[in-house]
Ligand binder design. Structure first.
Ligand code: ADP
Length: 644
C-alpha cells in the first residue's frame, strides 16, 4: 500500500497504543514533543515488524524513524549507511543524547572497535551503524542474529538502484539479505526516488508487502532561483553578500572551475575554501572539518563535497552550472535549510552546460557500447532524458516548487498543494517576467536561424541578431540578411539566454555531432508561422533585496544573544570534538534567544532539549542567557560573541 503525506497521524486516544512509549522516548531523549505525520506511520510499521520503504526529502526526519523504535524494542537495530563520516556524525549525535550507539568501519582504531564489540556482547548497544560490505561480510550476519537482531534500516537506499543517480555496486550485495534473514524486517529510507527507483529498491531488497510511505517533496523553506549566467563571479558574490556570516556551498562542474571561481572570490575579499577530489586528503579534511565546525562558512566545491556534510544551517546553495539531472539538483539543493529555516538555492546556467553534458553522456555511452556493456543504449536514452528534464526546469517558466513535485512523481494533488504564488521561487516572486513581445522576439530568432541556413551555433546566430561585426559575419555575408541587427537593442547574453530558452522549450534543436548547430523543430516552425506561442523570460529585478534569509527577528529572537549562543556552541563542540549541531541546532538556539529560559525546566521545554542535554549542556547555556539578560537589564551592551 502506498500512502502519501496527506494521511495525517491519528491522535492517540488508546492508552495501549504501541506508539506511546516511542513518544515518551522521543520527548525524553531527543526533546521533540511530537512526531511528524510520516514518522508516525513509519514507526508504526517498524513496531509491527513490517518491511517498509520511506521516501522523504532531506531534512524530513528519516533518522528518527529507525532511531526511536530501536530504543523501545528489545534487540539490536542495524543501520546501513554509505559513508563513514555520515555514520560517525549520527553516532556522535546519538551519544550526545545518551543513546548507546556505535559503528564498525574500516580504518577504525582498535580501542574504538573493542569498545563497540564489548557493548555488542553485553547487549547494551541499541543501534549499530555499518557499511554494506561489513554487513555482508562472511559470518557477520549470523553473528548479529545471535545477538538478537530485530531490524535492519538501510539509509540512502536509492544507492541500490541502477536507475538511481548514485548507484553503488556494494549496495547490490544487500539483495541477498532477505534470503539470509527471512524473518528480520527491513526498512529502506531514501530522499530522492522517482517511482521507477522506488519500485526498483523494493524489488532489489525483496521487500515483503512493504509499507510504502512517500513524503511531500516540496521543501517550502527553500527559495529557488534560476538565472542565465552573466558574470559568474559577480553573480555568485551577490548571492554570498546576501548571507553574511551564514553557511553556503557553491557547486561547480569541474575541479578547474572550483579553483578559478574560489580564487576569484577570494581576490574580491570573500572568505571561502575550495574542495574537490583532486586536492590532497589533508587539505580536504581540514576544509570539511572547518565547515562542519562553523569556522568556515563558504565552500566552493565539486559534488565531491556533499554526502558526508551534515551541517543543518546551510543557508544557501549555488550551482555555478547546470546539474545533469533533477535528482542531482534536488539532492544538492537539499543540503540547504535542513533545519527547516529559510534558505536559498540559486542556479546559474548557460547553453554551453547543456551541450557539455550532452556530449559527455554520448561519449561515455559510445565507450560503454565499444566495451560491450549491456544496456548502453537504454542508459544513454535515460541519461539524456534526465538532462532534458533538468534543462526544461531551468529554462521553463513554471513555479519551481511545482515543477520539482511533478518530477518526483507526486500526484497532481501534491503539486496543487504548493500554493499559487508560492512566494518561494523566482517565478512566483515575480523576479522574472515574460517578455512582453516574446512571440515576436522568438520569431526573430527562429527566422535568423532559418535565414543563416540552420548551419550555425548559438554564438553566431546571436552575433547576427545583435548586428555584430565579427570576422565570421563578414565572411558569411550575414550582415546583408534582413535579420542582421534585428535585436540590436538587446545585450548578447540576453539573446543567448532566449535561444537557450527556445531550446529548452523544444522549439529549437541542437544538432548532434561535432558542431552544435541550431535548427528548427516542428513546433519551432509552428511558432514561426504563429500557429503556436513561445514564452520568453527576462529577469526583472536585481536580487539584492530579495534574500530568503531567516533572521533572528523573524523568530522573535534576540540577534546578539543568538550569535553568543552560537559562539558557545562552537566552543563546546571544539572541546568535545563533535560538530556544533550535535550540541544544539539553530532552531533550538533561536528558541532560546527568543524565550530566554531562566530555569532548567524552562530550558527543557524548548524543542531539541532532551533530558541528557538539559543535564549536560543546560548549565552552560542557561548561564550564557542569564549573563546576557543581566547585561541588558543593567544597560551595558552585551559583549561581542567569542572570537575563534
Ligand atoms: P533526514 O535524515 O530525513 O535528512 P534528519 O533525520 O537529519 O533528516 O532530521 C532533520 C531535522 O529535523 C533534524 O534537525 C532533526 O533534529 C529534526 N527532527 C526530526 N524529527 C523531528 C520531530 N519529530 N520534531 C522536531 N524536529 C524533528
Amino acid at each position: 500500500m502506498e500512502t502519501s503525506a496527506a494521511a495525517l497521524s491519528q491522535p492517540i486516544a488508546d492508552p495501549g497504543d504501541p506508539l506511546l512509549p516511542v513518544l515518551e522516548v522521543v520527548r525524553r531523549t531527543f526533546g521533540f514533543e511530537s512526531l511528524r505525520p510520516l514518522q508516525d506511520r513509519a514507526i508504526r510499521a517498524t513496531l509491527e515488524g513490517r518491511d517498509a520503504l520511506l521516501v522523504m526529502p532531506t531534512g524530513g526526519g528519516k533518522s528518527l524513524c529507525y532511531q526511536a523504535p530501536a530504543l523501545v524494542r528489545a534487540g539490536l537495530t542495524v543501520v546501513v549507511s554509505p559513508l563513514i563520516s555520515l555514520m560517525q556524525d549520527q553516532v556522535d549525535a546519538l551519544r550526545a543524547d545518551g543513546v548507546p550507539a556505535g559503528m564498525l568501519a574500516s580504518g577504525q582504531e582498535g580501542s574504538d572497535r573493542r569498545e563497540v564489540e564489548r557493548d555488542l556482547e553485553s547487549r547494551r548497544m541499541r543501534l549499530l551503524y555499518l557499511s554494506p560490505e561489513r554487513l555482508m561480510s562472511p559470518g557477520f550476519l549470523e553473528r548479529l542474529v545471535g545477538l538478537d537482531l530485530c531490524a535492519i534500516a538501510i539509509d540512502e537506499a536509492h544507492c541500490i538502484s541502477h536507475w538511481g543517480h548514485d548507484f553503488r555496486p556494494e549496495y547490490r550485495q544487500m539483495g541477498e539479505l532477505r534470503r539470509r534473514l527471512p524473518t528480520t524486517p527491513i526498512q529502506a529510507y531514501t530522499a530522492t526516488a522517482t517511482p521507477r527507483v522506488r519500485a526498483d529498491i523494493a524489488a532489489q531488497l525483496r521487500l515483503r508487502e512493504p509499507e510504502i510511505l512517500v513524503g511531500r517533496f516540496d521543501r517550502p523553506n527553500l527559495t529557488y532561483r534560476v538565472q542565465a549566467r552573466r558574470d559568474l563571479v559577480l553573480d555568485v558574490e551577490a548571492v554570498i553578500a546576501r548571507h553574511p556570516r551564514e553557511a553556503g556551498i557553491v557547486y561547480c562542474l569541474r575541479r578547474t572551475d572550483v579553483e578559478e571561481l574560489c580564487a576569484a572570490l577570494q581576490a574580491r575579499g570573500v572568505r571561502c575554501e575550495p574542495y574537490h577530489a583532486g586536492l590532497d586528503p589533508g587539505a580536504r579534511r581540514r576544509t570539511q572539518r572547518a565547515f562542519q565546525s562553523e569556522e568556515l562558512d563558504v565552500v566552493v566545491a565539486t559534488v565531491a563535497f556533499g554526502m558526508g556534510i551534515d551541517r543543518p544551517d546551510v543557508r544557501f546553495v549555488v550551482h555555478a552550472s547546470l546539474p545533469k539531472g533533477v535528482e542531482q539538483y534536488s539532492q544538492e539543493t537539499g543540503r540547504a535549510g535542513r533545519d527547516g529555516l529559510p534558505a536559498e538555492c540559486v542556479l546559474f546556467y548557460g547553453g554551453a552546460d547543456y551541450h557539455g553534458w550532452k556530449s559527455l553522456i554520448e561519449h561515455s555511452a559510445r565507450e560503454a557500447r565499444e566495451n560491450g556493456v549491456e544496456n548502453a543504449g537504454a542508459d544513454l536514452d535515460d541519461a539524456l532524458e534526465r538532462l532534458a528534464h533538468m534543462w526544461s526546469l531551468a529554462t521553463g517558466a513554471a513555479c519551481r516548487h511545482k515543477s520539482l513535485c511533478r518530477y518526483f512523481g507526486e500526484t497532481d494533488d501534491a503539486a496543487a498543494a504548493v500554493p499559487k504564488g508560492c512566494r518561494a521561487c523566482d517565478v512566483c516572486l515575480g523576479e522574472i517576467a515574460r517578455v512582453a513581445d516574446g512571440q515576436v522576439v522568438a520569431q526573430k530568432i527562429l527566422s535568423c536561424i532559418v535565414k543563416t541556413g540552420q548551419r550555425f551555433g548559438a554564438t553566431h546566430v546571436t552575433d547576427v541578431l545583435r548586428g555584430a561585426r565579427t570576422e565570421k559575419v563578414r565572411q558569411t555575408g550575414h550582415d546583408a540578411l534582413s535579420t542582421y541587427g534585428l535585436l540590436a537593442q538587446h545585450a548578447a547574453r540576453e539573446i543567448r539566454a532566449w535561444i537557450d530558452q527556445l531550446v529548452g522549450q523544444g522549439h529549437v534543436r541542437v544538432a548532434d555531432g561535432e558542431y552544435p548547430t541550431l535548427f528548427l523543430s516542428k513546433s519551432g516552425v509552428e511558432v514561426l508561422r504563429d500557429e503556436q506561442q513561445a514564452t520568453l523570460l527576462a529577469p526583472v529585478l536585481p536580487q539584492a533585496k530579495r534574500a530568503a534569509k531567516p533572521s533572528a527577528a523573524d523568530e522573535g529572537a534576540d540577534e546578539a544573544l543568538f550569535e553568543r549562543l552560537r559562539g558557545l556552541r562552537r566552543q563546546l563542540a571544539r572541546e568535545r570534538g563533535v560538530p556544533p549541531y550535535v550540541i544544539f541546532n539553530d532552531r533550538t538556539l533561536l528558541s532560546m534567544a527568543a524565550r530566554l529560559p531562566a530555569s532548567p525546566e524552562e530550558l527543557r521545554a524548548i524543542k531539541g532539549v532532551g533530558d541528557k542535554k538539559a543535564a549536560d549542556l543546560g548549565p552552560a547555556f542557561l548561564a550564557e542567557v542569564a549573563s546576557f539578560v543581566r547585561a541588558r537589564e543593567s544597560g551595558i551592551a552585551p559583549a561581542a560573541p567569542p572570537v575563534d
